[in-house]
Design a protein around this ligand. Structure first.
Ligand code: C2E
Ligand code: MG
Ligand code: MG
Ligand code: MG
Length: 272
């Protein structure tokens, strides 16, 4: 009680809030400048398709501060979402991905996935805008996949279901991202038309060798397969994990073991 009321506590609290606020303001500034000066980069993390040996990839935004040090997405994406800047950023990613795919019509990389936040789905013109971009770059819709998290779905389930069915109808597939980070009940997630589910790396704690997590991952893979969905496991960092997941029937793996996210030039050179 005493500590709470003491002036020093209040000063400390105020300082912390101010520092947070200043830092967010700085990141927002960096983002605004980076959009104007086209300094955002899109990196690509290859995903290994275990059956075919082919690959796909996930597009990931990269931002540097004025000194050239990377600002992690976990830091700038929430600020971009809050400020509305995520809209501009999403279009940059879409445009970049389509531009890159257009250059490689015969690539072994059949598709690239992009991440989308809740804000994008508030836009009634989303589907048209994506289809227009694909058309402008002479791409069939199956070359682009959209990743959403459970949080996006549960915001407005009926609306999201409708959007997803419409976009599926137009040929655009959806991936469920970060499954297992725990927002929802499984039953509601299964109602959505996903082509593919990405199991989050947090499900791999002590894996392999931890019977509980092995049983959980095995059961989830079987469940999603019975729904006709492919399963990607994220965050695979070593051969033992990769081998075990292959044995459990995972379709694809994504993680530092196969490849870290790569700058566009390197991804293009080695994978496209
Ligand atoms: P995500 O969509 O789940 O992307 C996968 C994240 O896991 C990436 O982090 C990737 O670098 C990291 N990762 C991949 N393999 C491994 C591994 O083996 N070990 C570990 N420890 N990490 C691994 P990144 O690039 O920092 O992105 C973080 C999150 O930021 C993404 O998570 C996504 O939610 C968000 N994000 C990134 N780009 C965009 C974007 O263009 N739009 C939106 N809305 N969100 C984005
Ligand atoms: Mg470019
Ligand atoms: Mg993702
Ligand atoms: Mg993920």
């Amino acid at each position: 009680q005493k500590a709470k009321d003491s002036p020093s506590h209040d000063v400390h609290f105020t300082e912390t809030v101010m520092r947070e606020y200043e830092e967010e303001k700085k990141i927002l500034e960096i983002m605004q400048q980076s959009v104007e000066q086209r300094r955002f980069r899109v990196w690509y993390q290859p995903v290994s398709h275990l059956e075919s040996g082919f690959a796909s990839a996930e597009a990931l935004l990269r931002l540097n501060d004025y000194e050239g040090n990377p600002v992690p997405p976990s830091r700038f994406i929430p600020i971009a979402e809050e400020s509305g800047m995520i809209d501009d950023l999403s279009w940059i990613v879409l445009e970049e991905v389509c531009e890159l795919l257009e250059k490689h019509p015969e690539s072994q990389v059949k598709s690239i996935s992009i991440n989308m936040s809740m804000q994008q789905f508030a836009d009634a013109g989303l589907e048209k805008r994506i289809l227009d971009c694909l058309k402008r770059h002479h791409l069939t819709p199956d070359r682009l996949k959209i990743e959403v998290t459970e949080r996006v779905l549960l915001h407005d389930m009926a609306y999201m279901k409708n959007v997803m069915y419409n976009m599926n109808h137009a040929g655009i597939g959806f991936y469920l991202d970060d499954f297992g980070t725990g927002y929802s009940n499984l039953a509601s997630v299964l109602e959505f038309p996903f082509e593919c589910v990405k199991l989050d790396k947090s499900l791999l704690i002590g894996f392999p060798g931890n019977p509980d997590s092995e049983m959980l991952v095995k059961t989830l893979i079987e469940l999603f397969h019975s729904m006709g969905e492919k399963v990607v496991v994220e965050g695979i960092e070593d051969a033992a994990q990769a081998e075990f997941l292959k044995a459990l029937g995972a379709d694809r793996i994504q993680g530092y073991y196969y490849s870290k996210p790569l700058p566009e030039e390197a991804f293009e050179k080695y994978y496209l």
